[in-house]
Write a protein that binds this ligand. Structure first.
Ligand SMILES: Cc1cc2nc3c(=O)[nH]c(=O)nc-3n(C[C@H](O)[C@H](O)[C@H](O)COP(=O)(O)OP(=O)(O)OC[C@H]3O[C@@H](n4cnc5c(N)ncnc54)[C@H](O)[C@@H]3O)c2cc1C
Length: 295
């Protein structure tokens, strides 16, 4: 199927992009187009105007200050992977991003597009959620910042309203003693969509888990913080969470209780639950093992 005709706009500032959105009520934003153009080709979306974000330098910046890492929404996955800043501050985000699609998709698709598509199986959301990331949103009237945990409302639905544009992601720098990791299970080693994914971050102080976040992906309408599993982890001695320990089993079961998986061509609901338990246990053990990296 061919793409329908549309006007293509390529602004070079955020303000010009916002103006174009206001002037063209049927406009869609496009970053890499790896989701949008596929949906338009399938006839699922129709837009007479496309506003490309690819030529806005501000939206490709990856920077830091004392407290945070900032990643422009239009940074491609390959740019995120290649960034020494991201590698140093958020190695688990690099790990997650490396698992997206193929090299062609990573060279074109962006972190902002991945989050704004809001597929429950998307690979960057779980680790960004586990790292307590924020999202900065602009529209014609103002700029606002909110926790990413408030961004997703349902599968492929977000809080973004008409005229809203995601500018960048803000990731608080992990404190000393923090480790994180991302586990993805797909039907192939490469180029496959997540059937189940789990991101975990833990902070260890004197052998105790003083902070934690467990996020489950592709097993609910949105990537989701598993409150039950997360709460079970906090305050526990890391030795209780070694491979084979009963507590690890219990936390895996808690993550499963928080899931609402569907069955589809990639796996049945019970299969997803079973895999989720295994991935959760594995991710916790790895995140604890990664605590040296962030130090
Ligand atoms: C072959 C193939 C394999 C894939 N494999 C994976 C995979 O393994 N894992 C995975 O997670 N995804 C995968 N994807 C999906 C897709 O590539 C990613 O979600 C990608 O990150 C989307 O980014 P994009 O820049 O191309 O988004 P676009 O297609 O440009 O945009 C996606 C949506 O987000 C909106 N949008 C984009 N940027 C902004 C912004 N800054 N502010 C507001 N709205 C915005 C657009 O309007 C559109 O609705 C795959 C896609 C393909 C085609």
């Amino acid at each position: 199927m061919y793409l329908p005709d549309f006007n293509f706009h390529q602004p070079d500032t955020v303000q010009k992009a916002l103006d174009l959105l206001e002037e063209n009520p049927d406009a869609a934003l496009m970053a890499g187009g790896t989701d949008l153009l596929v949906e338009m080709k399938k006839g699922l979306r129709l837009h007479g105007n496309i506003v490309s974000l690819a030529k806005i330098p501000e939206m490709k910046l990856i920077t830091q200050d004392e407290k945070n890492l900032y990643i422009g929404a239009c940074s491609t996955h390959s740019e995120v992977i290649a960034s020494s800043l991201v590698g140093e501050i958020a190695p688990a985000l690099v790990e997650a991003t490396t698992k997206i699609g193929s090299e062609q998709v990573r060279n074109t698709g962006t972190i902002g597009g991945n989050i704004c598509t809001a597929a429950s199986c998307c690979d960057t959301a779980p680790i960004l959620l586990a790292m307590h990331a924020f999202v900065e949103i602009a529209n014609a009237g103002n700029k606002r910042m909110l926790p990413l945990s408030e961004f997703f409302t349902f599968n492929k639905k977000t809080i973004l309203g008409k005229g809203d544009l995601v500018i960048r992601f803000i990731i608080p720098k992990p404190e000393s003693g923090t480790g994180a990791c991302y586990e993805k299970f797909g039907l192939r080693e490469a180029g496959s969509i997540s059937v189940v994914s789990v991101a975990v971050s833990v902070k260890i102080s004197d052998g105790i888990i003083s902070d934690a976040c467990i996020v489950i992906g592709a097993v609910a309408p949105t990537p989701k913080i598993s409150e039950q599993a997360t709460n079970m982890l906090k305050g526990k001695n890391v030795q209780e969470l070694a491979e084979g320990m009963p507590l690890l089993e219990e936390v895996g079961d808690a993550a499963v209780r928080d899931s609402i998986p569907i069955g589809d061509i990639r796996g049945g609901a019970q299969y997803r639950r079973d895999v989720l338990k295994v991935m959760t246990k594995r991710a916790i053990v790895r995140a604890i093992g990664n605590t040296e990296i962030g130090n």
